[in-house]
Design a binder for this molecule. Sequence first.
Ligand code: AMP
Length: 200
Amino acid sequence: MRLVFFGPPGAGKGTQSAWLTAHLAIPHLSTGEMLRAVAATGTEVGRAAESCLAVGRLVPDPLVIRIIEQRLAEDDCRPGFLLDGFPRTRRQAESLDEMLARRGTPLDLVLNLVVPEEMLVQRLTARGRADDTEEVIRQRLQVFYAETAPLLQHYQDQSLVRDVDGRGTPAEVRQRIQAVVEPPQTPPEAGEEGKGKREG
Ligand code: AMP
């Protein structure tokens, strides 16, 4: 399954991605994690990325797009992938469309994790990552609502979006996601057709 996990910072995408990618046996592609790794190299590119991360601004599109394009070309992405934190701009969304169209492997699903803004600030403040200070959180949320939230329409136009209520405990949210990625099975047709085809 090829899916985009959509939602504001602090919605719980990282937490839910951990079990979901294990469950679907697909790699978890988090551009935030990849960029923190790039920043840690201390190279010129790393320092440029770090200066964006530190203040909650988006890293320039060309770098992020290049990282994702290289990652998607790796073998483990053949069965599918979960994108967490990408795309975040219109240009990134268009590039992703092009990359996937070239391969003939369009997206299957956009999971939209919906959480009210005041709850996001609470959650992010509790998390304590380097860019989780109040000022940087406000900036990241502002960037999300200005640049990223509008992308949802693009995927809604393709009927790819499923909303999931992201309030409550991680276990509650997990159940809701599970219901979306594993819709209840319709009972098999009586007769010989279905026999022996179902597993476990
Ligand atoms: P995240 O871990 O998704 O919350 O991302 C942390 C930070 O990494 C963001 O505040 C941005 O500075 C940067 N970042 C992550 N993904 C992207 C992206 N797709 N485009 C630009 N910057 C990104």
